[in-house]
Design a protein around this ligand. Sequence first.
Ligand code: KIV
Length: 262
Amino acid sequence: MARITITDLKKKKAEGKKITMLTAYDFPFAALVDKAGIDMILVGDSLGVVVQGKENTLPVTMDQMVYHTEMVTRAAQHAFVVGDMPFMSYQVSREEAVFNAGRFLKEAGAQAVKLEGGVSVRKTIEAIAAADIPVMAHIGLTPQSVHKMGGFKVQKEMDRLLKDAVSVEEAGAFSMVLEGIPGDIAEKITREVSNPTIGIGAGVHCDGQVLVLYDLLGLFDRFVPKFIKRYAHLGEEALSAIRQYKEEVEKGEFPGEEHTFK
Ligand code: KIV
């Protein structure tokens, strides 16, 4: 199967076909997501929370993102891979932003980068897009602004959200994540912009949906927001397998004859 391109994603929006996106952070899960035919893989800085066990995404570094993205691109044959720019990798200067965005393509083999913000990052998106690096924007609830927002809160200011959406599109972004936005506002934005909108906690009318893979699979339960649907309970299954192994080793039942070299 050929790799998904930006043209395919725009065609899906034009034809009213939904776009699928999931996060992945390593080779085995990226291979599963790719095999399932998901259109886009986001190597999200959410790995700071679901993989590293941190409180929020702020401590994640560029080197960690490049490390994880490289594992994912080695597995993804079909999906369009987006590397998430971590906090302070694009805020200090446009030169640094372009350099760091370039690392995702050059060192990690991603097809695009994502960064958070609307009107305030317009010039940064312009600079990265001018270097021919495809940029996905991310507006609404932007987790890197957790302290400014006073927590992870649904964003409801329609005028500001619309300005952000138009601004990132005009700056040259090819798509945008809409996170934590009421469904009716996400629907309006999706109608107003020509870029595909990918929702998370933004209702069904976005052009596509994204979820954190560990939430969908039931591998992360420290907190479970309203917008998450669990499609599996792998955490429980893994726990029961590990307990069974412990019990069998303690009872001398494992390894058996069949696991022993003669
Ligand atoms: O980091 C991430 O996984 C994200 C998605 C939740 C959109 O930004």
